[in-house]
Design a protein around this ligand. Structure first.
Ligand SMILES: [Zn+2]
Length: 67
């Protein structure tokens, strides 16, 4: 594979990933934490702006009654 076809941003990302030296387990924990917080915010938040925006989604799932 010729490396001159890799876009500049991809090269920067690879360089950053190699210098950070974060293990796969750490990456998995980070992404699962972000996912859990996002899902909690979408499905269980009572903050009106978030609640109202995802209201139809909550009801379409039929597992989370809110009223
Ligand atoms: Zn509702």
């Amino acid at each position: 594979m010729r490396k001159d076809h890799i876009p500049i941003h991809a090269k920067k990302h690879v360089k950053l990933a190699l210098t950070l030296n974060v293990s796969v387990l750490s990456k998995a924990v980070i992404i699962l934490t972000i996912l859990a917080i996002s899902l909690y915010a979408i499905l269980f938040s009572t903050y009106p702006a978030v609640h109202d925006y995802f209201h139809e989604l909550r009801h379409s799932l039929m597992v989370i009654p809110c009223h």
